[in-house]
Design a binder for this molecule. Structure first.
Ligand code: 5AD
Ligand code: SF4
Length: 441
């Protein structure tokens, strides 16, 4: 009898990518996927610990999802990496694997099922190895697929666990990235998002060698120009990036590449130079804003989104105001803002001057008010324009479909035709805080 597995995934797009590859590996190894955790012998939790109390949440979800059918519980990803052997304080967990070792998961599951082993910990950092073990899939692709081009981070921002959980920066060879994108398109994908912790520091092996020359590497700019040429690709995005790695050439690529969306996620985190320095971000507020201005010069249709952290250790009220001022000046289309959250083993966790929760909450509310204002303005400016929308979900009302325009804004329409996975031009008629609506032309 084939054993069935269920995967629960938390966190970022990298995790979504990994969890899909894990499913393909298990399918290729004779397991079947179950949409219902209570019906599966194998439960897999692929985790994130960037912000909230991740281990606690994981343990309570294990409690909810286990049943008397459960034979194996495997936990993977960033919580595994951060917890080490501590993960086994939850007695139900049999396997803990890292973000770089999931290619060995089928083998580990078989060892547990056959009774050869009771607990397995596999957290090695074999950068890049897993990519060589991915299982080919013939299933229809989603209309929008992620392709990992790069993993890990060498920036060591003072608040961030990623360098410790995902490891050092690794760039996949350009040939493999292009092959994977081409294959997704052949299986039906129309939109590709190139993902990584720090995609604009990509430096992957070039797909050719020049005899007598040292091995060449490609930067993100070159990779995008190449992938944009793939037949059948309608939309290309990339995320997430670091301000310091935005080059004039990348801005030109935006201006010159029609399938690349005129949209860039450029996280700033804070608008105050002292805090930026403490965060180890490697740029000032002025340098950041100058980069946005240069980007707008080179590619006038460009729009931006950002991430913010409020209440970093020692942040004063006036320093926080600098962040609000930067948010206003930058005119973001969308933003994501978070209260600083202490992460074990990071430099910021050891800093004096941790900010009380209540102040962090007040600051977050204030910043979000400002960010929302600029989001509402952007949405208002869309009224009367025609937006190309890729529809990806149904709305709450009957015949309602929701999709994204090039700026990742939600666009709502009514249609008697099923629009999921389809591109349509939409005339925007109304705008709200988090979406706009209109009619299909
Ligand atoms: N506390 C709060 N937010 C964080 N982020 C990363 N680490 C932390 C932390 N310790 C946020 C940053 C980053 C986004 C992915 O998550 O804004 O850009
Ligand atoms: Fe974390 Fe900074 Fe690297 Fe982003 S750039 S993953 S915030 S260390």
């Amino acid at each position: 009898m084939e054993k069935s597995f269920y995967i629960e995934v938390y966190g970022c797009q990298m995790n979504v990518y990994d969890s899909r590859r894990i499913a393909e590996l298990l399918l290729a190894n004779g397991f079947v996927q179950s949409p219902d955790p209570h019906d599966a012998e194998i439960l897999i939790f692929y985790t994130c610990n960037v912000r909230e109390k991740a281990a606690q949440r994981l343990f309570s979800n294990i409690g909810f999802l286990r049943s008397n059918k459960t034979e194996v519980i495997a936990v993977g990803g960033c919580v595994s990496q951060a917890e080490g052997t501590n993960i086994f304080r939850n007695k139900h967990i049999n396997i803990s694997f890292g973000a770089q070792t999931y290619h060995r998961l089928p083998e580990h599951i078989n060892s547990i099922l056959s009774g050869k082993k009771a607990q397995i910990l596999d957290l090695a950092f074999d950068e890049g190895t897993k990519f060589r073990h991915l299982a080919p899939s013939t299933a229809k692709a989603s209309h929008s697929e992620f392709v990992t081009i790069q993993e890990g981070c060498d920036n060591f921002c003072a608040y961030c666990v990623v360098p410790y959980t995902r490891g050092r920066e690794y760039s996949r060879p350009a040939k493999d990235v292009i092959a994977e994108a081409r294959e997704f398109i052949a299986r039906g994908a129309k939109e590709i998002t190139l993902i990584g912790q720090n995609v604009n520091s990509y430096h992957g092996e070039a797909p050719y060698i020049t005899v007598g020359q040292p091995k060449e590497t490609w930067r993100l700019e070159r990779l995008i120009r190449e992938i944009a040429l793939l037949d059948g690709l309608k939309r290309l995005r990339y995320t997430t990036s670091h301000p310091k790695d935005f080059t004039a050439e990348l801005m030109r690529v935006h201006a010159e590449t029609p399938v690349l969306t005129p949209f860039a996620h450029i996280p700033v985190q804070s608008g105050n130079d002292r805090i930026l320095k403490l965060m180890n971000r490697g740029h000032t507020a002025r340098a950041y804003l100058d980069k946005l201005a240069m980007f707008r010069d080179i590619c006038p249709s460009i729009q931006f989104s950002s991430d913010f952290i409020v209440g970093f250790p020692t942040e004063t009220d006036t320093e926080f105001e600098d962040t609000v001022n930067l948010a206003e000046a930058a005119r973001y289309t969308i933003s994501y803002s978070f209260k600083y959250s202490r992460r074990k083993n990071t430099p910021a966790d050891k800093m004096d001057g941790q900010i009380p929760e209540r102040i962090k909450e007040e600051r977050l509310a204030l910043l979000q008010e400002t960010l929302l204002k600029s989001q509402v303005e952007h949405n208002r400016a869309l009224v009367g324009t025609t937006q190309e929308v890729l529809f990806d979900r149904v709305g709450r009302k009957e015949n309602q479909y929701i999709g994204k325009n090039v700026y990742l804004q939600s666009v709502i329409v009514e249609s008697s035709e099923n629009l999921i996975g389809e591109f349509r031009n939409v005339l925007v008629e109304q705008s709200g805080e988090n979406s706009v609506s209109g009619r299909v032309l």
